[in-house]
Design a protein around this ligand. Structure first.
Ligand code: PLP
Length: 443
């Protein structure tokens, strides 16, 4: 992997997302093919995918039924609009997604990414309250350390400082935040859901007193926060948030962009935790990330309230994307959701979870490790930061793991693991053995 790779002579034109562009381009890391659990680099090395790409390739790479579905659809009909027109796969994909959602969340609005799904959910929340004649409910409550993509809506309700500060003057107004749920003293090295922390949901009651319930449209949380570094919800926390929202007529939005489609051993985190939101955003694994796609599942009540409030013949919701339910994305979604079912991949994730947990916590006594946390096929390993160089240690671990043929992800000084649900026991062991040996090497 060198800057002089013959078939990629010039790296300058691509302004890379969420990347240290100058650093990357001085020593690029290029992936050129993928199959099953493995990527191949431009210099021909196999790399075990410990992160499902970006938490999205849940069925593993290059799966034949998905590839075939996309190829066939591209040949049959490349594109069709879904504004005042339709195509059958859009409806079929929506049905299949709806069938996996919690009971009652069976109206599906398609977008093209998690960020767009979040903007869509926020807009639907406003449209719902307005349609009910409650148009003053415009405030959103997000949570510290939440990641909801990079649209202005998502960064406003999101709680990751670095994603907000440059744009702070342009954030949505009227947004407040709950405290995040992490407390190292109370929960370091917890396996699964921490016992401590349900009371943090009561902070919502405080915000309700401050702003008055009548001004609050929705509360938005990731049921398990991923991008901030794997924060598993305390036992009882989501249940309490649900109860408080219901009590005050506030909608609850779950951002399930990384948790939906098997990551936690169930179709959704909502199912896993037994807590049903009013709106649920998803993307990524919805079609194994083979074609960009995001979606919002809305409750029947929300959908019917908005749709029935429109005048006959009038568009009810002034929102949508040129590529909403793009034929290739829809074909990929149908094939993916069938594949998940046929191979029982959500159940498989659940079966592999104890082994994954054991292997992740096996790194506990390695140098620099401050915490290990996990649920389903997600784990986070938090490292002690180097003095005056936050993130540097985790970056080095990431690089050294890659050299040893294992791709992990890091945010700040937290390593995150979210492998495809087809991972074998040996591959789980290899990921964490590699991390342990690298931690012994780095300063
Ligand atoms: C919880 C969550 N929401 C939203 C997003 C944004 O998704 P996208 O990058 O597809 O816009 C992500 C991406 O990682 C995410 O993890």
């Amino acid at each position: 992997m060198t800057a002089n790779t013959p078939h990629i002579p010039d790296l300058s034109a691509f302004w890379m997302p969420f990347t240290a562009n100058r650093q990357f381009k001085s020593a690029p890391r290029l992936l050129v093919s993928a199959n099953g659990m493995y990527y191949k680099t431009d210099d021909g090395r196999e790399v075990l995918d410990g992160t499902s790409g970006l938490w999205c390739v849940n069925a593993g790479h290059g799966r034949e039924p998905i590839v075939r579905a996309i190829q066939q659809q591209a040949a049959q009909m490349d594109y069709a609009p879904t504004f005042q027109m339709g195509h059958p796969l859009a409806f079929e994909a929506a049905r299949k997604v709806a069938d996996l959602m919690p009971e009652g969340l069976d109206r599906i609005f398609f977008a093209n990414s998690g960020s767009e799904a979040m903007d869509t959910a926020l807009k639907i929340a406003l449209a719902y309250h307005r349609a009910r004649g409650d148009a003053q409910r415009t405030r959103f409550i997000g949570r510290e350390r939440g990641y909801h993509g990079v649209g202005f809506g998502g960064i406003s309700v999101g709680g990751i400082a670095g994603n907000r500060k440059t744009f702070s003057s342009a954030l949505l107004s009227g947004v407040d935040h709950l405290p995040h749920t992490y407390n190292a003293e109370e929960m370091a090295f917890t396996r699964g859901q921490p016992l401590w922390g349900a009371h943090l949901a009561d902070e919502l009651e405080r915000l309700v007193v401050l702003h008055d319930a009548s001004t609050i449209a929705a509360v938005v949380v990731e049921p398990l926060a991923g991008s901030t570094g794997v924060l598993v919800p305390p036992q009882g926390y989501l249940e309490r948030l649900r109860a408080i929202c219901s009590k005050h007529g506030i909608l609850l939005i779950f951002d399930e962009v990384i948790t939906a489609f098997g990551r936690l051993g169930a179709a959704t985190a909502a199912e896993r935790f037994g807590v049903t939101p009013d709106l649920l955003t998803m993307a990524k694994a919805i079609n194994n990330a083979a074609v960009p796609m995001g979606a919002v599942a809305a409750s029947r009540t929300i959908h019917d309230t908005v749709v029935d409030s429109g005048a006959a013949g009038a568009i009810e919701l002034f929102h949508g994307y040129t590529y909403s339910a793009h034929p290739l994305a829809a074909a990929a979604a149908i094939a993916t959701l069938d594949l998940y079912r046929e191979e029982k991949l959500f159940e498989r994730a659940n079966e592999m979870a104890p082994l994954f947990e054991e292997a992740a916590h096996g790194v506990r006594n390695a140098p620099h490790v401050k915490d290990v946390r996990n649920l389903g096929l997600v784990a986070g390993i938090e490292l002690v930061p180097r003095p005056d160089a936050p993130g540097a240690r985790a970056y080095e671990v990431f690089l050294k793991c890659l050299e040893k043929g294992v791709m992990v992800r890091y945010t700040g000084d937290i390593l995150a693991f979210s492998p495809p649900l087809i991972i074998s026991a040996d591959e789980i062991a290899r990921i964490f053995d590699t991390v342990r040996s690298v931690l012994a090497e780095v300063q």
